[in-house]
Write a protein that binds this ligand. Structure first.
Ligand SMILES: NC(=O)c1ccc[n+]([C@@H]2O[C@H](COP(=O)([O-])OP(=O)(O)OC[C@H]3O[C@@H](n4cnc5c(N)ncnc54)[C@H](OP(=O)(O)O)[C@@H]3O)[C@@H](O)[C@H]2O)c1
Length: 214
């Protein structure tokens, strides 16, 4: 799959490193350093590209937005028209006091869908520590950490599901876009759990009865 990446930071590069191992093609964009974009693209040989956020949207079957909330409006503006485009986003609004700046009665995902009219927004990877992406995929043995995702467009969700699997995680569909109001606080909970258990690379998994119909 061709993936346009907007924000090649700890999360963005970590995801790209996993996806490229599955043969996905990546276009890196939205850095203050053009040299960094060029270097990251070169690492992947024929599978690596770089350009502007608009190039990322035009290149990708999916665009993945991995910047800080503070740069999100700027990134969305730079992506241009996103109508009908799959936009997977990882953005959290963690604050130093252990709370989130946006949430409960709205979510980052919904705010992005207002900023980017017509975009098919799917939040995902919010609760995956970036450092976990650099670990071996079998760091939890046979169990894969769950990645909760949601959205209002079935096609965009199917794309997200595939990319979650290809990054080495278990996709867990939690419904419509407004469920992002629950995913984003859960991501903060993950951080608090990691801090208080003193384990950096944690993940959560969904348990199912052996007979999963029950
Ligand atoms: N870190 C985690 O464990 C984690 C886990 C899940 C979700 N998240 C969320 O995912 C998003 C990305 O997190 P991250 O840890 O990957 O952040 P990060 O390392 O700081 O990456 C931010 C990206 O935005 C780019 N950027 C472009 N213009 C910028 C500007 N003016 N100022 C700052 N950065 C600019 C940065 O590029 P340059 O630095 O090259 O300019 C970088 O690629 C955040 O919303 C975060 O809340 C983080």
């Amino acid at each position: 799959m061709r993936i346009g990446l907007v924000g090649p930071g700890k999360v963005g590069k970590g995801l790209a490193d996993r996806w490229v191992k599955r043969g996905h093609e990546i276009l890196f964009s939205f850095s203050r350093s053009e040299e960094k974009l060029r270097g990251y693209a070169a690492e992947y040989g024929e599978l690596g590209h770089w350009g502007t956020p608009r190039d990322a949207v035009e290149f990708g079957e999916a665009t993945v937005l991995c910047c800080k909330w503070e740069q999100t409006q700027e990134a969305v503006d730079a992506m241009g028209d996103l109508a009908g485009k799959t936009l997977i986003e990882t953005v959290n609004t963690f604050q130093d006091d252990g709370t989130i700046a946006i949430g409960h009665s709205t979510s980052v995902a919904e705010e992005i869908s207002h900023m980017a009219e017509g975009a098919l927004v799917v939040p995902a990877f919010n609760s995956i520590p970036a450092t976990l992406l650099a670990q071996p995929e079998d760091v939890f043995g046979e169990t894969k950490a769950a990645v909760f995702y949601c959205g209002d467009d079935p096609g965009a969700k199917a794309t997200a599901r595939q990319l979650i699997q290809d990054a080495g995680f278990e996709p867990v569909d939690v419904g419509a876009l407004k469920s992002a109001r629950l995913i984003e606080p859960f991501a903060m909970l993950t951080v608090q759990a990691a801090i208080n258990q003193k384990i950096r690379n944690i993940g959560f998994s969904m348990l199912r009865p052996r007979d999963s119909a029950s």
